[in-house]
Design a binder for this molecule. Structure first.
Ligand SMILES: Cc1cc2nc3c(=O)[nH]c(=O)nc-3n(C[C@H](O)[C@H](O)[C@H](O)COP(=O)(O)O)c2cc1C
Length: 212
């Protein structure tokens, strides 16, 4: 069904995907965002968990200068401070965390101070997925994000993942922004736009294949 040339292009898109952390003011078009969301809609979902909920998957799109972006910045700062407090308590009883969570402490500390960098986002997409009993929605959201990331890359757009948004599931003010009930939906989010400054810098991959 797919040719060698199709696969060459597919491989190039996968390799071109990267995490952008600084964007120009240029706002993606509605058509581009719709195409990216179509890719997110095509991602797999945990059908047993979600079969009775219609729709079980939502995409909320906000463009630059939307006043809700400042609300989201503030809420993510508060949430990250709460997450950090939880992490420090967990470290008291979890030796692995104690030894390995320094980077996380620093990152969550920065977000607690400044909030997620959404106020100047050219476009922010928040994705919500109905919660499965085994927290399957987190996996579905990750699949959605990867599909969207690759599609954005194919459209010559750049993406930043906003992992703090995963923590907003029980945050009433956040859920109210989207008219969703508290605690019933998992969240994920990304910023989409055009990168400012240097583009992707190739980094060595530390993964290893073990042919057994
Ligand atoms: C689950 C997950 C959480 C991440 N959280 C953050 C984050 O909080 N801040 C950030 O700048 N990048 C975050 N990233 C991006 C990674 O740092 C990035 O994917 C990794 O360094 C590889 O670089 P690349 O995406 O440019 O290939 C996250 C990525 C994943 C998969």
């Amino acid at each position: 069904m797919f040719t060698k040339d199709d696969n060459k292009v597919f491989d190039e898109i996968i390799k071109a995907r990267w995490t952008c952390r600084s964007f120009t003011d240029e706002v993606p078009t509605k058509e581009e965002i719709e195409a990216i969301i179509e890719a997110g809609k095509a991602a797999p979902y945990a059908s047993i968990a979600s079969k009775d909920v219609v729709p079980f998957r939502h995409f909320f799109v906000m463009f630059k200068d939307d006043p809700r972006l400042e609300t989201i910045r503030r809420l993510t700062a508060e949430q990250s401070a709460a997450d950090l407090e939880w992490l420090l308590k967990e470290e008291e009883k979890d030796a692995f965390l104690r030894e390995n969570a320094r980077g996380l402490e620093t990152l969550w500390g920065h977000v607690a101070e400044s909030g997620a960098p959404v106020t100047k986002a050219p476009c922010l997409i928040v994705m919500a997925e109905w919660r499965g009993a085994r927290r399957a929605e987190r996996q579905s959201l990750a699949h959605m994000l990867e599909n969207m990331w690759l599609k954005a890359t194919a459209l010559n757009l750049d993406v930043m993942i906003l992992s703090i948004i995963e923590s907003m599931v029980d945050n009433k003010e956040f859920c109210d922004l989207f008219g969703l009930p508290v605690g019933m939906y998992g969240f994920h989010a990304c910023i989409i736009g055009h990168h400012k400054g240097e583009g992707k810098v190739a980094k060595p991959c530390t993964a290893e294949i073990h042919w057994l």
